[in-house]
Design a protein around this ligand. Structure first.
Ligand SMILES: C[S@@+](CC[C@H](N)C(=O)[O-])C[C@H]1O[C@@H](n2cnc3c(N)ncnc32)[C@H](O)[C@@H]1O
Length: 396
């Protein structure tokens, strides 16, 4: 019996729908072993691996049950640089096991939806590597089309436990109405692979444009100005339009470019990972995870080429300083975390805020009242920060 909240079990059955016409460009099938994973696809695994443990601790502090849904689960393992590596379902199971080993009497339900029989067979085999699951962990592999499964699930489970949805298709993701159905549930978030390369191509092809009507839930997208342009403007217009349709307060994007193995210019965008949530702490946590992973820290852009050559200096702290002074000088004092939450969309993480605010204190431009910190040398959480009014004739 599958438990997704504190009461009702879930009954979802039904056959598989026909295969989507998908761009299987992320992996290369090899009948003799795990599918080959491209460099640019590995990044989403790293993001998941780094994000889930903190997500579990934060949401688990107030909830005994959590759920993880892998909407497009895949085969469970890949070949990457000659090694076998875990796919997203195994990453999630391992994270859940580590979490549950630390917090007794908590529960986690992991639901892996995969409609392809061959992929599912591989997934079942790979799951054996992480069995027995241990106390508190339930794992269910669902032989379903996720576009039917999720609406059924939402219809049957009125009080879904706090949930993380991984939405990682080859082509078009869950439709916008389904994503919005997920995101309107409390404490629910999604990491969505917006496969721009493929979706943009389909937008220009009359024969498959109906896929985009289905994805957006209507044909409004056809009337948008960005479609008349090209290049970067079109891409940014398209991305913003998609993000606008997603009804979540925080949407953080990470751009992933085409792989050397894709056979197209490496400067082109392959996909965007979009993290959608309704809690500032979720957005800040994801920003901490994504920030160091780009080619250049804080760029939120990954090409697979320069990974590992991260810049050691903190880039552009000057920009953060200017933004904070402009926004807060002379205003009411704010908590340090509130400051970060209110400016969550700036490409800076906690260490930069701390460094900039401390520097401003040195310059007598802010006052800090420790609340969470034990001494006035620290700066965290509820510590209060007051930006003093700009000095006469002073510039920011
Ligand atoms: C990109 S792979 C998933 C990779 C996986 N998230 C990972 O990182 O390890 C996409 C998978 O979704 C499956 N799939 C495609 N359309 C689906 C649908 N409508 N419902 C369920 N599974 C689907 C495909 O068979 C494929 O195995």
């Amino acid at each position: 019996m599958m438990r997704l909240n504190n009461g009702s079990p879930l009954r979802v059955g039904g056959g598989l729908s026909p295969e989507d016409a998908g761009m299987a460009a992320d992996v290369v099938q090899d009948d003799d072993g795990p599918q080959h994973l491209k460099q640019v696809s590995r990044i989403k695994h790293i993001i998941l691996q780094k994000y889930l443990p903190s997500w579990e601790v934060i949401l688990g502090s107030k909830n005994r049950r959590l759920c993880y849904f892998d909407c497009y689960a895949g085969p469970g393992a890949y070949e990457f640089e000659g090694q076998k590596v875990d796919g997203s379902p195994i990453i999630a199971v391992r994270a859940a096991q580590e979490y549950l080993a630390k917090v007794k009497a908590h529960q986690m339900t992991v639901i892996l939806v995969e409609k392809d029989e061959k992929q599912r067979a591989s997934l079942d085999t790979e799951l054996k590597r992480v069995q027995p699951y241990g106390q508190g962990l339930q794992v269910h592999v669902m032989a379903e089309d996720v576009k039917e499964f999720v609406p059924k699930l939402l219809g049957q489970v009125p009080n879904l436990a706090p949930s993380f949805f991984m939405v990682d298709p080859y082509g078009h993701p869950l439709t916008v109405p389904i994503l919005n159905g997920i995101l309107q549930r409390p404490q629910t978030e999604a990491l969505i692979n917006f496969m721009y390369y493929r979706i943009n191509m389909d937008a220009g092809n009359a024969k498959v444009q109906h896929h985009l009507d289905a994805m957006f839930g209507d044909g409004e997208w056809r009337t948008q100005a960005f479609l008349r342009g090209g290049g970067w403007n079109r891409e940014q217009g398209f991305l913003e339009y998609f993000k606008c349709q997603i009804k979540a307060q925080y949407k953080l994007q990470f751009r992933i470019r085409c792989d050397v193995e894709d056979g197209v210019a490496k400067s082109r965008t392959k996909y965007y990972l979009i993290h959608a949530s309704n809690h500032p702490k979720a957005a800040l946590l994801m920003k901490e995870v994504m920030w160091p992973l780009g080619d250049e820290e804080g760029l939120f852009d990954f090409s697979g080429e320069k990974h590992g050559m991260l810049f050691s200096s903190s880039p552009r702290e000057e920009e953060l300083r200017r933004a904070l002074l402009q926004e807060y000088s002379g205003k009411e004092e704010v908590e340090f975390d509130q400051l970060r939450e209110e400016t969550w969309d700036l490409p800076f993480i906690e260490k930069h805020y701390r460094s900039v605010v401390k520097q401003l204190k040195e310059e007598d431009l802010v006052e800090i009242t420790p609340v969470s910190s034990k001494t006035d040398r620290g700066l965290k959480k509820k510590d209060r920060v007051r930006f003093l009014p700009p000095k006469e004739g002073g510039s920011i």
